[in-house]
Design a protein around this ligand. Sequence first.
Ligand SMILES: *[C@@H]1O[C@H](CO)[C@@H](O)[C@H](O)[C@H]1NC(C)=O
Ligand SMILES: *[C@@H]1O[C@H](CO)[C@@H](O)[C@H](O)[C@H]1NC(C)=O
Length: 984
Amino acid sequence: MGPSRNWKKTLGGLSVFWLMAQAQTQSTPTASSSSSPPPQYTLPVSANEAPPVIPNIRDPLAVDAQTACPGYVASNVKQTASGLTASLSLAGHACNVYGTDIDSLNLTVEYQTTDRLHVEIVPTHIGAGNATQYLIPPSVVAKPGVEESNAESDLEFSWTNEPSFGFEVIRKSTKDVLFSTKGKKLVFENQFIEFASPLPENYNLYGLGESVHAFRLSNNYTKTFYAADAGATTDINIYGTHPFYLETRYFTQSPSGGLSLVTTNEAEPNKNYTSFSHGVYSRNAHGQDIVLQPDGITWRAIGGSIDLYFFSGPTQPEVTTSYLKAVGLPALQQYWTFGFHQCRWGYKSWSDLEDVVDNHIKFGIPLETVWTDIDWMLRYRDFENEPVGFDYEAGNSFLQRLHDGGRHYVPIFDSAIYIPNPQIESDAYPTFDRGNETGSFLKNPDGSLYIGSVWPGYTVFPDWLSEGAEQWWIDEMVLYYQKTAYDGAWVDMSEISSFCVGSCGSGNLGLNPVHPPFALPGETKNPVLKYPEWFNVTNTTEAAAASSALASFSSAYPAPTSTGTASYVRTTPTPGVRDVNYPPYAINNVKGPLAVAAISPNATHADGTLEYDMHNIWGHGIIKATYAALSKVFPGHRPFIIARSTFSGSGALAGHWGGDNWSNWPSMAFSIPQALQMSILGIPMFGSDTCGFADNTDMELCNRWMQLSAFFPFYRNHNILGAISQEAYTWASVIDASKSAMTIRYQLLPYLYTLFYHAHTAGHTVMRALAWEFPNDPSLASADRQFLLGPSILVIPVLEPGATSVNGVLPGLIEGHEKWYDWYNQTAVPVPSQVNTTIDAPLGHIPVFVRGGSVLPLQQPALTTRDARQSPWDVLAALDKDGNATGDLYLDDGVSVQPNATLTAEFTVQQRKLVAVMNQGGWVDGNSLRNITILGVDSVRRAVKFNGRPVPRRNVHLDEAKHTLVVSGFDISAWAGDHWTLEW
Ligand SMILES: *[C@@H]1O[C@H](CO)[C@@H](O)[C@H](O)[C@H]1NC(C)=O
Ligand SMILES: *[C@@H]1O[C@H](CO)[C@@H](O)[C@H](O)[C@H]1NC(C)=O
């Protein structure tokens, strides 16, 4: 969770004015009243302020690098085994527009695989003089290399020096230009890199996360990458950085046989189009603006290099597979992690958690995992339990009972580490001491500790480039596990967030422990942390002071105007010197200056690297360290990590939640495009705070949301401190709605798990956009109010209040081509082509459809996944219009990184015969086969046969009206042997 937050309710005796005054003088408070909280200093708002900048994209004085700069010329071009190399030199006088021009560059082009082309441009002399200081080492972020020499590629690289150096990437088979910098200048400076490519009119671009934005990106939108502890607000830069996009182009076959591009608004209904998709990954971790305009895309980074990878596809699944193979295939999660998770900020004790568990059991609601937010910590310090509510011994017995019941516990771990007041002996914090002794923390440029401020007060921050940090973190997590037997890690504040500008704790440790500042409730637009934890808005005097204070604080981020230009910091390049706090090019960072609400760019890593160059990958660093730690705690088991700040490739190690959203309908609706974005970015283990985090939810919203999230891979209800309760059992209608959706989810667990297996081994997506499954239908290019779970389950949720029905599309371009079956009544529904269908959806009902052509292995719902895994199997075959269907199943122990026993089954239906073929890899399931249900059956033979033998009539139920056939009475364990067959 981030700073858009509520605060504790204890009434403080000190006025806000007192706090302000104290803040100004930075002195230790001396006054306190009897009922007041401990006399602690609260960091003033001004500590998190810095002179403002105006984002370049909105700056009327901004210089256009394209007109100012000379570009480059290529020379010395040499063919290599996998492509070519060349030298680029500045084509004229340096423009030094937002940095100092680098006069000599190396170009490398590699055909790395048949479907991946690499184009890299780096300074000839790295780190020398004016060169950009930082290329991401492959050890920090995977760097794809040449895998096949002489790879036969459908992509073709070409270049020109007219009028200056530019390159083009063409798809040979369609002669389509996918990317072209020809005619645009290449700008390569020590603090600014720009290149641009035109894109087709009304283009279909996806990705460039993390953002809360429509699934199909707008063509009037700047995507900024600068990891920020900002609530999940639309269009701003938030927690993660994924410089990858997928582009889909639709074509129509012209009479001459050629392909011509069609825009989605030109596309005619009921017509079959051909689509081609490709992907572009820019392996650059610096602060960036990616400017999307109607005529193209402009990439602007404040450092690093040009390290581009083009993926030829030509389908979305192929692009995604290639991209994920390049950056890291998604982690296979443990089976239990697909159960339902309950969390809130404000579970203050083990007995609060026990109540949550008991209530779920009492109301028959499945519950797999209870989570704690920062409440578990002693004064918000990682690895130390708050002794009253979270006593270690009481915890041991609670966790024993929890684990015995097949359930799990996941606590939050914050990224910042408390640095104690050295003058107070009782303030000692061994975790800090051990990290400090091993040189594990970030430094100031002068070598002293960099000290920011987060929940515990003044804090230091692990330096993942130091030699000691990872081992120190592993040791701390191992030690802590010995005290509290957690089951996974929730990594927070990893952007990395700090509540003050610069090393604000340097010289001020005497003020520690410091109260964490909190925001006002409802202060969600531009939250500024300012009130002590115990501040109470119901105290009218304080509240009045607070709102006037709030008014004055809003001037901290003056809205840019086209005339007022005097008050912003603008810097000009200085040769040989980088201004890391105020780079000459100001990205459109939601927090304004780079040092606000985050570690300052001049924080220094052990190898001398500045945070400026690392900021967007700090979160990836803690994911790696946590993965290593959990691998130590649970040897051989898949680490379960849900992390906030991610980078390309993080999905190989961790899952992610949507961050601090709001308890409102738009937040729920945006969770779908958020999840689809994470799908193609390789983090399938995704879900949003169900029922909403900030502000109060309500019964109707929570009812709809509990049902929607049941079809997301990561399914967690989470709530902010001080908001009304929102566990499923809070309202009778939400109990029923949750149970009804969870019944489907738990039946589908084997399917979901199999989808993750395919994600992990082959880079397939789990949650899917309609556009990906129906690539011939341009009318689905933007569809993000419904989705598919894998290829077979279509979910059309209600996303608005007061509705009793929902308009949705049952995709299928040509009338009668696709078949969809209602999950609940198992009958085929009419599929009017490309027309919104009104679907009944009273409160408590989420429309779910099974795609004709699917075979789904199902188990029975239960209160835990452990119990569900021990239940009998059903097989549901939903036939397509030709009576065919396919599907599969993957099973193993559900925990091992390298399972030594597996089982797979492949299902095929053809000509009224369902065949299951098992591949026995040593995993024994043993549960029986209960029912086989066939949907879309027109007729049956005289005798239904199982393994060639007639099934007794009493075990065969044909419903001719519904076209369903249910066969039961099998006396076998479902997946023993090498195959079984059912004929009808
Ligand atoms: C650039 O190319 C030159 C000449 O081929 C080579 O000496 C130099 O090491 C290269 N620089 C980098 C950063 O690869
Ligand atoms: C750095 O840039 C300045 C200004 O363009 C130039 O005079 C100087 O030679 C450059 N230094 C190096 C080492 O390239």
